[in-house]
Design a protein around this ligand. Structure first.
Ligand SMILES: Nc1ncnc2c1ncn2[C@@H]1O[C@H](COP(=O)(O)OP(=O)(O)OP(=O)(O)O)[C@@H](O)[C@H]1O
Length: 312
């Protein structure tokens, strides 16, 4: 599907192609990820899937239903956790969860029972009577996640669900997702720019950049693209000492992110580079360095993605 945004008026009018001929198939019961930097087009994609935004061109089918023709059906098929929670902010956690359950068609007793179960599952009981607007960012995110769990929707669309959460809350989120997959075969579409999370929780991942899918595979399948390579990170104290031949020779190969240079190489070459750098004059200009096995971030860079958008 394709979606363009038009901004500005008259001579200042501009078109941003947020999704450009994106084509994806997500299987029932899988945890599928969209990974990409800010502005890659991930939220635009999921908002179309949830019926909140119409594509300019293309087809969206969710569990056999045509969402472009019948956007109203999306709310019966999926629960969407967007990036903002403003609609629920004035409610207490307990009421936000219960109200969502009622809106999803549950009877009053069933909504109360699901509310209690979900609050207990996510250890949210101590916060149950606090308004969402008065919670910390991570707590609010967890409370909003709780609302997506009620009403047992077969598809959960989670746009950066764990942003701002501490490790305990993150674990509670992924444990809750796992339980639903095991019990009901729930499908999950996860938007993230956190590569570590992507590697741990996803069955398959589509790497999105500038409105296009640049790769789609299992995290392991994608990492095989850079198999055998290692990543050398060099963090300079100030400007890199480009007058040194060794540093000048590395410069064209380095992905630069502020003072950090990232260079991919074979393990043998990396060992050699570390020896030369730490044993020579470049060492004095270094603040830190590290050698690591490849991650999805390296795949993303290999495929031509921009460096600065992903979280390690
Ligand atoms: N309502 C809008 N009007 C105009 N342009 C928009 C609008 N929403 C998004 N865009 C533009 O479309 C592109 C894709 O944005 P989108 O929000 O889908 O990216 P994203 O991958 O979800 O980013 P993030 O990780 O920051 O949430 C960006 O260039 C963005 O500036």
């Amino acid at each position: 599907m394709t979606k363009a945004y038009r901004t500005g008026r008259g001579a200042k009018a501009k078109t941003v192609l947020a999704n450009s001929d994106i084509s994806l198939e997500i299987r029932r019961g899988e945890v599928f990820g969209l990974l990409g930097p800010n502005g890659a087009g991930k939220s635009t994609l999921v908002r179309q899937l949830t019926g909140l935004l119409r594509p300019d061109r293309g087809r969206i089918e969710v569990l056999g239903h045509d969402i472009v023709r019948h956007p109203d059906r999306a709310s019966r098929l999926l629960a969407y956790l967007g990036q903002e929670s403003t609609a629920l902010d004035e409610l207490t956690v307990s009421l936000a969860v219960e109200t969502t359950a009622r809106l999803r068609g549950l009877s009053r007793p069933a909504a109360a029972a699901e509310r209690d179960a979900v609050l207990a599952e996510l250890a949210l009981e101590p916060l149950a009577h606090r308004p969402l607007a008065k919670l910390s960012g991570g707590q609010r995110r967890l409370a909003c996640f709780a609302t997506t769990l009620v009403g047992e929707r077969p598809l959960l669309v989670l746009d950066e669900p764990t942003t701002g959460m501490d490790p305990v809350a993150r674990r509670a989120v992924w444990a809750a997702v796992d339980r639903r997959r095991a019990a009901s075969g729930t499908t999950v579409l996860l938007v993230t720019h956190n590569v570590i999370e992507a590697e741990t929780v996803l069955d398959r991942v589509a790497v999105v950049d500038e409105g296009r899918v640049i790769a789609c595979d299992t995290p392991g399948g994608l990492k095989a693209l850079v198999d055998g390579d290692v990543r050398l990170d060099l963090v300079w104290r100030e400007e890199p000492p480009l007058h040194l031949p060794l540093v000048a020779a590395l410069a064209p190969r380095a992905a630069v992110n502020g003072r950090r240079w990232t260079v991919r190489s074979s393990p043998d070459e990396a060992r050699d580079l570390v020896a030369q750098i730490t044993g020579g004059p470049a060492f004095a200009a270094l603040d830190d360095f590290s050698l690591a096995t490849p991650s999805l971030e390296d795949v993303y860079l290999l495929l031509g993605g921009r460096h600065e958008g992903l979280v390690k």
